[in-house]
Design a protein around this ligand. Structure first.
Ligand code: NAD
Length: 447
């Protein structure tokens, strides 16, 4: 089987390298020359643990090729995966321009029977649109089936998720096409669910909406904990022990970001609206998340008053650990707010600085180690729970900062540990710790 993957982003690259690794012959095509040049030299344009070595290995053994040439990629292909971006538009709806372009290109170059499988997250009904585009342009002698197989990988553990995912969803009208797709995935030994195309499309949005709801729910409980003097860590553990609830996605913090949850939740609200259904629950989830991201600046002002000319050390720029992705990262919104307040920001991240620079430019100073980020700072804000940040020696805050004041948006440290140091420490949903208070006297604000 000749497999082609359109798009060499997070999903396309992991899919390409993963499928090559389980024995398929894979060609991955992208329209960005820089990406393809890097990939042809065995280098990954994105940071994802294990990805570069997987690419290198399969390039060397000839299972994987990269190209910008559509004729080479699509003619003769048996299966074509679509993994192009589906960004959001101003009104929250999905911008399908990349899907349109790639569908037209595929239709132009296919020259034999083919299955086109959409991995991109697309609104319900989009696969029918892809089918129409392809059918309107291809020769009638060619049979082209369109299948939906949404992607569930998590950035930061995408390679692991490819090989050990919870399920693979195949949405197809044609049982033969579904069986062929099943065969492609078979070596992974991951449970496969076959369904109709519209349900497959909806499963992806419903999954992300549910996970986002879990995050906003625990964040609202955290906000309440702060007001009534409870500790969210205790509460989350207590409710997570119930098997019906589980412990995953019950970590309070400054909300979700990234390239998926924010856009997919908004897209589902839009999709519902188009179907004359107001998705009030999901609207609230989005509202809570937006509010959550304002907490670090609110808490900083509670302590320092004005932030004008204050030096703020930002620890963490990526939207979550183990990725260099800053799309919709809480850090970007928070830094924007800090700059509007007149603060001077020095930001540290182990790997996301180049991507953050593309958005923030010279508006902030970048620190390539934590010491330098903290040096002479009036306040530190932890925005991504990188291992490097979680395992920092706590006396560093005292040693390097003007005043050891820490706003921890990711609850990285235990309160017991923090109390051993003279640090003023405000986290999410837990009692505040003030450096000038004796160890056993935690001050609870807003009680
Ligand atoms: P991305 O922006 O990282 O990559 C998309 C790639 O497609 C880019 O490299 C772009 O140059 C390329 N591209 C655009 N038009 C093309 C064309 N005509 N031909 C070939 N390549 C083209 O996007 P991503 O994060 O990989 O996401 C892709 C899709 O998968 C989106 O729909 C997203 O919602 C979904 N998804 C993403 C994740 C994730 O964690 N990133 C997880 C699950 C699903």
């Amino acid at each position: 089987m000749k497999i082609t993957v359109a798009g060499a982003g997070y999903v396309g690259l992991v899919t390409s390298a993963g499928l090559a690794d389980i024995g398929h012959n894979v060609t991955c095509i992208d329209i960005e020359k820089d990406k393809i040049d890097m990939l042809q030299n065995g280098r990954s344009p994105i940071y994802e643990p294990g990805l570069e070595s997987l690419i290198e290995k399969n390039l060397l053994n000839g299972q994987l090729q990269f190209t910008m040439n559509p004729e080479q990629a699509y003619s003769g292909a048996d299966i074509i995966f679509i993994a192009v971006g589906t960004p959001e538009q101003q009104d929250g709806s999905v911008d399908l321009k990349y899907i349109h372009v790639v569908s037209h290109t595929i239709a132009h170059y296919i020259n034999k029977d083919v299955i086109v499988c959409t991995k991109s997250t697309v609104p319900v009904g989009t696969n029918e649109l892809i089918k129409q585009i392809i059918h309107s342009r291809k020769s009638s002698a060619i049979k082209a089936e369109v299948v939906s197989s949404p992607e569930f990988l998590r950035e930061g553990s995408a390679v692991l998720d490819f090989f050990q995912g919870d399920r693979i969803v195949i949405g197809a009208d044609d049982p033969d096409a579904a069986s062929i797709m099943e065969q492609i995935y078979l070596p992974l030994k991951i449970p496969i669910m076959k369904t109709d195309i519209r349900s497959a499309e909806m499963i992806k949005y419903a999954s992300n909406a549910f996970l986002a709801a879990k995050i906003s729910f625990i964040n609202e409980i955290a906000n309440l904990c702060e007001k009534v003097g409870a500790n969210i860590e205790e509460v989350a553990f207590g409710i997570g022990q119930d098997k019906r609830i589980g412990h995953d996605f019950l970590k309070a913090g400054i909300g979700y970001g990234g390239s998926c949850f924010p856009k997919d939740t908004k897209a589902l609200v839009q999709l519902a609206g188009n179907a004359k259904h107001q998705f009030e629950l999901l609207e609230a989830v989005i509202k809570v998340n937006n509010r959550q991201q304002t907490l670090p600046v609110i808490k900083a002002k509670e302590i320092l008053g004005s932030l004008k000319n204050k030096k703020v050390a930002v620890l963490g720029l990526a939207f979550k650990p183990d990725t260099d992705d800053v799309r919709e990262a809480a850090s970007l919104k928070i830094i924007k707010e800090l700059l509007e307040e007149g603060a001077n920001v020095r930001a540290y991240d182990p790997i996301a600085i180049p991507n953050a620079k593309k958005v923030l430019g010279d508006s902030v100073e970048y620190a390539y180690n934590i010491h330098y980020a903290l040096y002479e700072a009036d306040i530190a804000m932890i925005l991504t729970e990188w291992e490097q940040i979680k395992h920092v020696r706590l006396n560093m805050f005292q040693t390097y900062m003007k005043e050891p004041i820490v706003i921890d948006g990711r609850n990285c440290y235990s309160l017991e540990e923090i109390q051993k140091y003279p640090i003023t420490y405000l986290s999410i949903g837990r009692p505040d710790v003030y450096r000038d208070k004796p160890k056993d006297e935690l001050r609870i604000i807003n009680l």
